[in-house]
Design a protein around this ligand. Sequence first.
Ligand code: GLN
Length: 385
Amino acid sequence: MPKFSALLNSKLPGAKTTIFTQMSSLATEVGAINLSQGFPNFDVAPELIELVHKAMLDGHNQYAPMQGLMELREVLSDSFYNKYKTRYNADTEITITSGATQAIYTAIATVINDGDEAIIIEPAFDIYAPTVTINGGIPRFYKLKDPDYTIDWAEFRRLITANTKLIIINTPHNPTSTILSENDLKKLEQLTNGTDIIILSDEVYEHIIFDGQAHESVAKYPNLAERSFVIGSFGKTFHVTGWKTGFCLAPAKLMAEFRKIHQNVVFAGNRPMQTAIAAYMQNEENYISLSKLYEKKRDYFLELMKNSRFEPLPSFGTYFQLFKYDQISDESENDFVLKLTKENGVAAIPLSYFYRYGHDRKTLRFCFAKTNETLEQAAELLCKI
Ligand code: GLN
């Protein structure tokens, strides 16, 4: 190859391939059971597959409108109204995206200009901080309190400056499986009232919440909703992460700016999937029952792990379960997870990956969105350690 001499000024020097791809690739390479990256390994509802097939046969194979298919935006608008009693206008306040990641990227790019600060709550999903940086912003980190991973709002408040443009929240929370309470949302409301701070609320696990708790969407709080982007994922809700179809909701003024970026990033999301999901979502049962399914899986996995030396932390939502391994080893999370994958045959994600500057709690994240058979096989291997 000829020598290429132009120097790229990297926007993310030091960034590596995301842990989700690293661990899933390693699991495949060594034949380990993959409880690392968060995706289900069970079948998608045949009805949903048939609806996609039908959409394709019916000729819905060309571009969707830039904002997303109207039928899907309408069903989302009704769904949010039924759940949270807030009406988002399907025409001006809802956009269908190529997955939640694109929605998050676009929302951050919409808000952040050079030198703007964004507050990120650690441990945090890995795309928030780099996306702030790519767009010229400065991430500021608030660390959830050990051992319960809760927010001390008096401490949180100290991070807010005249340059704070964005606060990113995520409930149910990946990777800790904690949830924000009504009190948390009210505190956030008090903190941001009368300011220009925008909220990005990552709610991709809104339908996976356990033990009878209610999901606290920012959409439920008018004073927050008026300054918020709400992000959701059909991939998480319908077991189709590979379809890369998600959405963003925001008041019309914010959404108009969001769309200016969105149309330059992807133009529009996937058409046949949108047609199919719009039809499938007409039946609320298809997503309301999700919490029960995953609560059973959580309980089953914990039961199987009861006699292991891994110590579970509470999981209130998402399809993740944290386990501490300090009874087993004092190795770093990175070393331990590599050994676990290569020698014991189970892949997981080190919690420290979700902190910018490490933070080794001897804790790993396991995904239990798996068939019972997979959970049994994984638990058998983990119980031997
Ligand atoms: N949200 C998933 C997780 O945390 C994976 C997302 C991804 O791989 N981009 O595992």
